[in-house]
Design a protein around this ligand. Structure first.
Ligand code: NDP
Length: 292
């Protein structure tokens, strides 16, 4: 059972994971609370385990993808000794603290543990471009990388801190929602000028590419850690002036103003702290937790 894999949890994501292992010719054992979700996989050659313990016994590598960490502990928590010597790879979404606590729990039970985060939807599992993050012991990751890489060509090891995939996961999702909300707000504005969303898209893409360059420059300023945010491109007070046009235009057009209002308060607060002539990177000071 060194080359086999067991998958616990056959929701939308778990089914995609198990199907990908099967397609690659890996002996795959599956378990799910509602056994009927295994029907298709069993027809394709998977072995259905009657209990989580049977599934864990079948393979050295156990991939877990359940709705929450509470469910993970409910399902594998009682297994105790059966986990000894196994490698558990947990792809369930949760907090960094839950990931670190679960790693500690696994260590006490003699199991190797990788925590992961999936930056893809089920149809993207197995694709060359799909990114999955992992953290934990490097030797454990190296040992299982070939099989984990089947799930996505962008498989990436982030280091030994088990909480890191969860931190990356929510941060990237936050980036997505921030960008999508801004895109949709922009569409609502240009629509008032008779512009179709499709016409706006290439310009949104052009601007997202520019934002990539801004973020790289700002990251360097932030990481320098000297509290200096030189305005090589534009001052925060200049940003605020431009932001006011967005706010006023939104108001005049009757388009929702919550998003630009939020940005206005954010920038004004940072300017009040003395950053008017600094770059936009100085806004990081509003987001950071106070030094402890
Ligand atoms: P689903 O809702 O499709 O599946 C949930 C899974 O959890 C099912 O296997 C379900 O079993 C099981 N489950 C829930 N409660 C219990 C319980 N009390 N006891 C035993 N099993 C339980 O969700 P997904 O498969 O989409 O997501 C699974 C994880 O993957 C989540 O943490 C999600 O955030 C993450 N993920 C999902 C992505 C996606 O696009 N879908 C993307 C990235 C991460 P049953 O079938 O019996 O209900």
């Amino acid at each position: 059972n060194r080359t086999s894999v067991s998958v616990l949890g056959l929701g939308l994501m778990g089914q995609a994971l198990a199907a990908t292992f099967l397609k690659a010719g890996r002996a795959t054992t599956v378990w799910n609370r509602s056994a009927d979700k295994a029907d298709r996989l069993v027809a394709d050659g998977a072995v259905l385990a009657g209990t989580p313990a049977d599934a864990v016994a079948a393979s050295d590598l156990v991939v877990v993808c359940l709705s929450t960490y509470d469910v993970v502990h409910e399902v594998i928590g009682p297994l105790g000794d059966a986990l000894h010597g196994k490698t558990v790879v947990n792809l369930t979404s949760g907090s960094s603290e839950q990931a670190r606590d679960t790693a500690e729990w696994a260590r006490k039970n003699g199991a190797a543990y990788l925590d992961g985060a999936i930056m893809a939807t089920p149809p993207g599992i197995g694709a060359e471009t799909s990114v999955l993050f992992y953290a934990g012991d490097e030797a454990v990751f190296d040992a299982h990388e070939p099989v984990l890489r089947l799930l996505g060509g962008g498989t990436t090891y982030l280091g030994t801190d088990h909480g890191k995939p969860a931190l990356f996961d929510v941060s990237l999702l936050g980036l997505m929602w921030g960008a999508l909300n801004s895109f949709l707000h922009g569409v609502a504005i240009v629509e008032t000028g008779g512009v179709k969303a499709r016409e706006f898209v290439p310009w949104a893409h052009m601007w997202l590419d520019a934002i990539k360059i801004f973020t790289a420059d700002y990251a360097a300023q932030i990481d320098a850690g000297d509290g200096e945010f030189p305005a090589n491109d534009a001052r925060l007070e200049t940003h605020l002036g431009a932001l006011r046009h967005l706010l006023e235009e939104s108001e005049a057009l009757g388009v929702d103003t919550a998003l630009p209002e939020y940005s206005r308060k954010l920038m004004e607060g940072v300017i009040a702290q003395g950053h008017a002539r600094n770059s936009y990177a100085s806004v990081i000071t509003a987001y950071r937790r106070p030094a402890r």
